[in-house]
Write a protein that binds this ligand. Structure first.
Ligand code: 2P0
Length: 334
């Protein structure tokens, strides 16, 4: 290996139709599709260099030596890249999350998308978007979507080898230009109570509502794609809020429960309903944590952000726009 470094940047994404459950844990294949919006405000920049002089893989995250569990997951991912490239060389990885201060958002989507692009390129591979999305999926299911910008559809596929389980862009330039996502942080960015990987597996095993959740996803996906094609933000917003609530209903019904919400989460949800009743474009979605993200548009984003910032228990608010695809950067420090 030559040891050339590659640097890539990827944006986080928020699912409008959620991914929650796997059909194959070993290959990280989702049980159903999902649909997301890539966000410009939340990015990861990662540099990878394969270096035969290294005794083993090493990683720094945000300028600090990465925690052992982060290094272990990264090493397993690098092993897949090395297998694809036919090399055994250790790598050094330097990664920075450029997220709004204490946004409290999970970074596995932007993190594994940036790592997939930087590591594959540093290993001498030139993967197409489908192969890159499949590779990112093996790191984290939501990362498959962060390969693309704007609206993105992830296909669950049906093949055992996962070759058909990757994400596609959903072209809607006019809607992507006017859509906004207001990220309302709840709880001051405290660590989440249940990691999503374990939580979705526990939900699939124990929740009496899991099968009902899975049954609704294909219908929501088809309706959400139709709403995007029609430029109908209201229809997309209603589907977005419905999908999040259905996912959380299945999670909450797990035994024992997987309950991510705090009192301020419910206050934020009530605020979103009040905004809507007042004629604002505002629909809520929540992931594996207490934060509330509000789908809105360019006209109402400032008013929605002000209202969310004034909600009891909301500790930070960010307005995000649709972000672009994962991309290679010139060789500069991240
Ligand atoms: C999503 N989430 O669609 C859903 C909604 C959280 C709630 O994708 O096990 O970290 O690495 O494939 O991608 C978070 O799950 O899970 C997630 P793995 P991931 O965004």
């Amino acid at each position: 290996m030559s040891g050339d470094a590659a640097t890539a940047r990827a944006c986080a994404n928020i699912a409008l139709v959620k991914y929650w459950g796997k059909r194959d844990a070993a290959r990280n294949l989702p049980a159903a599709g999902s649909l997301s919006l890539t966000l410009d405000a939340l990015t990861t920049v990662t540099t990878v260099r394969f270096d035969p002089a290294l005794p083993a893989d090493r990683m720094r995250l945000g300028g600090e030596v990465a925690a052992p569990e982060v290094l272990a997951r990264t090493r397993a991912f690098l092993d897949r890249v090395r297998a694809l490239a036919g090399i055994t060389t250790p790598a050094s990885v330097e990664s920075h999350n450029h997220f709004p201060t204490a946004s409290g958002l999970a970074s596995s989507a932007s993190g594994f998308a940036a790592l997939a692009l930087a590591a594959s390129r540093a290993a001498g591979l030139d993967l197409d978007d489908a192969a890159l999305s499949r590779l990112a999926r093996e790191g984290s299911g939501s990362a498959a979507r962060s390969i693309h910008g704007g609206f993105v559809r992830m296909d669950a596929g049906v093949r055992d080898d996962g070759l058909d389980a990757y994400a596609h862009p959903v072209a809607a330039p006019a809607l992507a230009a006017r859509v906004r996502m207001i990220v309302a942080e709840v709880g001051g960015g405290a660590p989440k109570t249940h990691g999503s990987r374990d939580a979705m597996e526990h939900c699939a095993r124990t929740s009496p509502l899991y099968d009902g959740w899975l049954a609704v996803v294909p219908r929501d996906l088809a309706a959400a794609e139709a709403a995007i094609a029609a430029g109908d933000l209201e229809a997309l917003g209603e589907l977005t809020e419905g999908s999040a609530l259905a996912m959380h209903a299945a999670a909450i019904a797990s035994r024992p429960t997987v309950l991510y919400w705090q009192p301020a989460t419910l206050a934020a949800l009530a605020q979103v309903r009040a905004l809507r009743a007042a004629g604002r474009a505002a629909w809520a979605t929540m992931d594996a944590g207490p934060h509330v993200k509000v789908l809105s548009d360019e006209r109402d984003a400032d008013a929605v952000a002000r209202a969310m910032a004034g909600t009891e228990g909301v500790t930070a608010v960010t307005i995000a726009r649709a972000g672009g695809p994962a991309e290679l950067l010139p060789r500069t420090a991240p």
